[in-house]
Design a protein around this ligand. Structure first.
Ligand code: ADP
Length: 384
């Protein structure tokens, strides 16, 4: 048995040596591997010339090229960068971005590139993901076009459902709120206050639901690009101070520190939306600091940028969650006793709002030590 195993190992070793001597894989084996994939794949050399394609690539080219001349311009030996430059029809809009990404990967300026693009024609309404991965030692790249139509349709259905659900939930919620307020007032006028605490609890739950529904609406409007912004000049230091004061009233036992530079810092922005961002970050900082540790808010100016840091000393965020934190509906899995209600929309909304203000929102965190969320916003300078 052992001997047989050694023998097999011996065979494997000699095959390994043979592979090393011949090169990684011979051409027909590589072609067979490429053809077995149900994704359209081409291998480019360092100049962008197509050196190999798989069967799906060939089939797709036959389907999309209307003349033999067109077909010739898409095959082996042709420069793929030129194909991107001369793209027409369904691909023309995304072609410059595809070209720039491809060039960046081939030149080693970017580790990889991907781009989702639609391909709408009278006969098809498909979506593709173009992915470019470099070959080792800058010897070229692998270009793949993956059909993501099903996922896109599902995403669109999900977006439509969220928009509809949020819209439909708003009306009954507003009615419920009105009814509770009316009944509370009636009882107060009749001198009956025994249901006061009950009404307060109901109102708090309605408030929570209203916030969730309004976040859902924000997310769907952001994804559709229809969220409205109103802009004004804001004294950032004053604005942050007021936000801290409002929150301090809601959490009287919480230590909230605010530190700022002694100059006036102006920005242009939507006051309501920026309040939403700061409140969300401060609320999270308090929520995820179960020992009621202090929360520090600071404002400073670096060159032409206002930098706001919100630092807590709470439970922190696991390293593997950090890169997904700003995705819509992403929540960190916590042990039961840390569970806080929410749908994972707050940070996504915050980042979209900051981006709209031409700023950035980022995070650093260490589990068990706390997190720092940092906002950078361009300063507004008076034109005189
Ligand atoms: P939610 O409204 O559901 O809390 P967010 O988008 O605001 O959603 O936050 C997403 C996740 O990020 C939360 O599930 C939470 O676990 C984590 N998180 C956000 N802020 C902090 C923080 N300051 N400390 C620890 N975890 C945080």
């Amino acid at each position: 048995m052992r001997e047989k195993h050694n023998k097999r190992c011996g065979q494997e070793v000699s095959r390994h040596q043979q592979v090393e001597e011949e090169g990684p894989v011979d051409a027909s084996l590589a072609q067979a591997i490429l053809d077995s994939m149900d994704v359209s794949v081409a291998i480019l050399d360092a100049e962008g010339i197509i050196c190999a394609v798989n069967e799906v690539w060939r089939r797709q080219q036959r389907e999309t090229c209307t003349t033999d001349h067109q077909l010739e311009r898409t095959g082996i030996g042709v420069n793929y960068l030129e194909i991107c430059k001369r793209a027409q029809g369904a691909y023309a809009e995304e072609a410059p971005e595809a070209l720039a990404g491809l060039q960046a990967v081939l030149e080693g300026a970017q580790p990889a590139f991907s781009l989702e693009y639609p391909c709408f024609s009278p006969t098809q309404r498909n979506w593709y993901l173009m992915s470019v991965t470099p070959l080792p030692q800058q010897r070229g790249a692998v270009v793949a076009h993956i059909d993501i139509t099903k996922r896109k349709r599902f995403d669109q259905q999900k977006d439509t459902f969220i928009a509809l659900a949020a819209h439909e939930l708003r009306t009954p919620l507003a009615a419920l709120k009105g009814l509770v307020q009316l009944q509370r007032k009636r009882e107060k006028n009749q001198g009956k206050e025994e249901h006061g605490r009950f009404f307060t609890k109901v109102e708090a739950q309605i408030e929570h639901l209203t916030k969730l529904v309004s976040e859902l609406l924000d997310v769907s409007k952001m994804q559709a690009g229809t969220l409205d912004y109103v802009e004004e000049i804001i004294d950032l230091e004053k604005f942050l101070k007021e936000s801290v004061e409002v929150l301090q009233q809601a959490y009287p036992g919480q230590q909230l520190n605010f530190q700022s530079i002694p100059t006036v810092v102006w920005i242009i922005g939507d006051r309501g939306k920026l309040t939403q961002v700061i409140m969300n970050l401060l609320n999270n900082a308090i929520l995820y600091s179960p020992q009621a540790n202090p929360v520090d808010l600071s404002l400073l100016v670096v060159d032409d940028t206002a930098c706001i840091h919100i630092q807590d000393y709470g439970i922190g965020i696991p390293r593997e969650d950090l890169e997904h934190l700003f995705e819509p509906f992403y929540r960190v899995q916590r042990p039961r006793h840390y569970h806080a209600p929410g749908l994972g929309m707050g940070l996504y909304i915050a980042q979209e709002i900051v981006k709209h203000h031409r700023g950035t929102l980022s995070v650093t965190s260490e589990e068990g030590r706390g997190s720092t969320f940092s906002i950078q916003l361009p300063l507004w300078k008076a034109p005189f």
